[in-house]
Design a protein around this ligand. Structure first.
Ligand code: BDP
Length: 584
């Protein structure tokens, strides 16, 4: 599904803004006819989570109704019109003027419907959002804590198995857009580099049987184009850039890819996409970008902010990138779900390397309800790759975070997901982030071994030295056996801003300084470690539990308000120091 853009042949209207909202604690909305529109709603913002906006709804994870009104823009009478949602958490049912358009399950990924029943004037769009959490949703909550699945978190409210607040609502923009009936439906761009030449392989999928495609790539003083006939709604062509300027964090060179579809000699659709020419590969225990080893420095993050909850916020997006740049990060993981498409567009422009992750957090393989969880997970993997595969910033897929991979059958389920990901995108390494390490039955399927490690926090509690020693031995052993690159997906400690202690104790700012300093130095010295991400860029909201002061995870290097903790300057020094392979 293409990201909606205004072009010479496409037009969009963003429905973000104030909508009308009603909680439906008794589930009576359908019987009361709210599918056609409802009265007496209270104002809500789209996009945003309802939990921190609506009085009394912080811990409400049930059904709620959203409504807005709009007119059909001038000139759209003979167009194909769709309504696209960037993300609704967790389940959405959508009606336009009382006509059911469709449903979608799972947050963090886009979906769209043809706007059947659209009128010229007075359109009422109604969305029923079901934010229910449960054992067979992905990610899950209220799980059965079978010892084999090794759920380790203490009791928490709400009882999610994962460690971030299960915000719900319409989380990303709702866009109404128009195209011709003959239009581009999908686009896959892959790049290769041969000497100085960049090869750009473009595959198109169309609707409505247009006849021809003209593809133009321009930028950096070059313009190349090719034409192809479209057969059976598809076309494939390769363009060559004789002296390609490659995309990298140091030089995020982008080209403009423009596609025009023709029919009967006229252009019927035009779409454009920024592309980057680059390669990414695993070679032995190294990770290579454009043939050169790269080392990932950065963060696990969350889409999380005051009041907005998990709602898309251009403000935090820009600020978080400014913080990452200031501290010297070159990468992040979209822990623990796909981030807004706007984030990836920005990362393309700024040269930030992204590991894109599915919403599959703490998957467990207890047979109860497993088929349902596997179905959703597979759908999410597919939708993620189809959404993000044209972004040069995305360098690796993460299929899951901390799955409970002790049961032997987990390996088969992971093998299936790896096959799916590699078939959809043979150009990027695939991994998942494990906490079980050597005990993980699916570890060997990964192209890059990704581990979360909290030695000196959850283990070797309060003893950084012992944690470092154990981490070192463990990593050497895993590397000796697998001979693959190792990436540390998370390491960090809860740190209450303003809490100080000498000698350092857990939760103090000094402890975070010492922990991050020692861990970064250790990992930097291991040649097979291809990167490490601090957990987390910022403090974030989570469930209430005895280990989460005021419902916050305090492992941020920055506070939730985006102010630095003491360790930020130390990390900045470490990350600005040249690594040995980077020295002239
Ligand atoms: C890891 C999880 C992450 C948590 C973190 C923590 O991947 O989601 O927030 O631990 O406990 O296990 O802080």
């Amino acid at each position: 599904m293409l990201y909606p853009r205004n072009t010479t042949h496409r037009q969009l209207v963003d429905l973000s803004g104030l909508w009308s909202f009603r909680l439906d604690r008794e589930g009576r909305g359908r019987d009361l006819g709210w599918t056609h529109g409802f009265e007496a709603g209270e104002p809500i913002v789209v996009p945003a989570s309802w939990n921190d906006l609506v009085t009394g709804a912080r811990d409400y994870f049930g059904e709620a109704w959203y409504q807005t009104r709009f007119v059909r823009p001038w000139g759209w009478h003979d167009k194909r019109i769709r309504i696209r949602f960037g993300s609704v958490n967790y389940h959405a049912t959508v009606w336009l003027n009382g006509v059911l358009l469709g449903e979608h399950e799972g947050g963090h990924l886009p979906f769209e419907f043809d706007a059947l029943a659209l009128r010229e004037d007075h359109n009422t769009l109604v969305v029923l959002v079901d934010g229910a959490i449960g054992p067979n949703r992905v990610p899950s909550a209220d799980v059965r804590r079978d010892p084999l699945d090794n759920f380790m978190r203490p009791e928490q409210t709400p009882d999610t198995s994962h460690d971030f607040f299960p915000y719900c609502g319409i989380h990303r923009p709702v866009i109404v857009y128009a195209t011709a009936h003959q239009a581009l439906a999908d686009l896959v761009v892959r790049t290769e580099v041969e000497g100085d030449r960049g090869l750009v392989d473009v595959r198109l999928h169309t609707d409505g049987a247009p006849e021809g495609a003209r593809v133009t790539i321009s930028g950096h003083g070059q313009t190349v184009w090719r034409e192809a006939a479209i057969g059976a709604d598809r076309a494939a062509l390769t363009l060559e850039l004789p002296e390609a300027r490659l995309w990298s964090p140091e030089e995020p060179n982008l080209y403009d890819l423009r596609i025009e579809l023709t029919s009967g000699g006229t252009v019927v659709d035009a779409y454009h996409q920024a592309i980057g020419v680059r390669t990414i590969a695993v070679d032995g225990d190294r990770l290579l970008l454009n043939g050169h080893p790269i080392h990932l420095r950065g963060f696990g993050r969350h889409e999380d902010f005051h009041l907005a909850g998990r709602g898309y916020q251009p403000l935090t997006l820009v600020k978080d990138h400014a913080l990452m740049r200031w501290v010297g990060a070159n990468s992040y993981r979209t822990s623990h779900y796909p981030y807004a498409e706007e984030a990836l567009e920005l990362a393309d422009q700024l040269g930030v390397l992204v590991i894109s992750e599915t919403p599959c957090v703490e998957m467990y393989f207890h047979p109860d309800g497993l088929d349902e969880r596997l179905r959703v997970w597979e759908m999410q993997t597919q939708a993620l790759i189809e959404r993000d595969r044209n972004h040069p910033c995305v360098i690796m897929w993460s299929l899951a975070n901390e799955p409970h991979n002790r049961r032997p059958e987990a390996e088969g389920h992971f093998a299936h997901q790896f096959r799916l990901a590699r078939a959809l995108d043979p150009t990027r390494p695939v991994t998942f982030v494990s906490y079980l390490g050597e005990d993980d039955v699916a570890l060997d399927l990964c192209d890059v071994i990704a581990l979360n490690r909290y030695r000196g926090w959850y283990s070797e509690v309060g003893d950084i030295g012992a944690g470092i020693e154990r981490l070192s031995t463990e990593l050497d052993a895993i590397h000796a056996r697998t001979r693959k690159p190792i990436f540390i997906g998370e390491f960090g400690v809860d740190t209450i801003p303003g809490m100080h202690a000498e000698p350092p104790v857990m939760f103090s700012e000094e402890y975070q300084v010492d922990f991050l300093d020692a861990t970064i130095r250790l990992l930097d010295a291991k040649p097979y470690v291809v990167g490490a991400h601090i957990w987390n860029l910022c403090d974030f909201a989570t469930a209430q539990s005895i280990t989460r002061v005021a419902g916050r995870n305090y492992k941020g290097l920055f506070t939730r308000e985006r102010q630095p903790k003491m360790a930020a300057r130390r990390v900045r020094e470490l990350w600005h120091a040249p690594r040995s392979e980077e020295e002239p």
